[in-house]
Design a protein around this ligand. Structure first.
Ligand code: PMP
Length: 299
């Protein structure tokens, strides 16, 4: 069987040996940050953007990453290459590292840096062809002045609770609202609505991660001269939208056809979602960082 190699603090170790201390503050307190990245046919999509977000998250929580952004990029490329997986999902984690049972991060001498590369488990094609049914849930998004959603931290308890609620409702994904009832995002993806030819997504200050896929979709709208605005909206706006779709590294772009039992538009994935998805898919193999091992020009 193929070995899975995990990058762990400067070394490649087999999956079974890739362990961190129970005193790691990532484990004890969720004190750390992460990125989920995707490699398409040997092209690590938007790697630089992910590295920038990782270092910005680190700066915000005063976490010293013991590598430069360039070194981190090289480590990700090397880990993908080492695992021989041109189509893969990459998880990059930096935790505060091993400390004691106190909260004080000064007792954590060295951050833990982990890169995991796994075979991609793609969502069922049916999701893309037929669209998803989703619900809104009781779990609220953290308020930005408590924990800014721009920090992609290891604190994902809200998101886990959303997944539990979604599963109990018999659906695959759900939307979180903020404390004022504005729509924020899904448990692991951003949300967009389309109304009268215009595209809308909640601003991050409402309570949403500044998703890399979200930013790409906003950029694609600009290129394709489709009006796109970041504005707060409510559940009502979602219910009466012509189209709804979710975006994320894992999800890419997934149409949503039913929200809380309300059929969206015709109940089928719409033309705007299809148009943007087509443009997005083209970019995934173009924009990013090529893993040299998959592009060798041997005779
Ligand atoms: N929101 C949340 C809460 C997420 O975990 C993710 C996945 N990282 C996203 C949105 C989508 O972000 P991205 O497009 O950068 O994957």
């Amino acid at each position: 069987m193929r070995e899975t190699w995990v990058y762990l603090n400067g070394e490649f170790v087999p999956k079974a040996k890739a362990v961190v201390s129970v005193f790691d503050h990532g484990f004890l307190y969720g004190d750390g940050i992460f990125e989920g990245i995707r490699c398409y046919s040997g092209n690590i999509f938007c790697l630089k953007e992910h590295i920038v977000r990782l270092f910005e998250s680190a700066k915000s929580i005063m976490l010293d990453i013991p590598l430069t952004p360039e070194e981190m990029e090289a480590v990700v490329v090397e880990t993908v290459e080492k695992n021989g997986l041109p189509d893969s999902y990459i998880r990059l984690v930096v935790s505060r590292g091993e400390g004691d049972l106190g909260l004080d991060p000064r007792n954590c001498k060295q951050a833990s840096v982990i890169v995991i590369v796994e075979e991609l488990s793609i969502f069922p094609q049916q999701f893309y062809d037929e669209g998803l049914e989703i619900v809104t849930v009781a779990t609220r998004r953290n308020v930005p002045d408590a924990l800014n959603p721009k920090i992609k931290s290891l604190n994902y308890l809200n998101n886990v609770l959303v997944r539990i609620e979604a599963t109990r409702a018999g659906v695959f994904e759900a939307l979180m609202l903020n404390h004022e009832g504005y729509v924020c995002e899904g448990s692991g993806d951003n949300v967009f609505i389309v109304k009268n030819g215009k595209v809308f997504t909640p601003p991050t200050y409402v309570g949403a991660l500044e998703g890399i896929t979200r930013n790409i979709v906003i950029e694609l709208c600009r290129e394709l001269q489709i009006p796109c605005e970041e504005v707060p909206f409510t559940r009502h706006d979602v219910y009466v939208a012509d189209e709804v779709f979710l975006t994320g590294t894992a999800a890419e772009m997934i149409p949503v056809v039913n929200v809380d039992g309300r059929l969206i538009g015709s109940g089928k994935p719409g033309p705007m979602t299809a148009k943007l998805t087509q443009a997005f898919r083209r970019l995934t193999v173009q924009r990013g960082t090529k893993v040299p091992g998959f592009f060798s020009t041997s005779a």
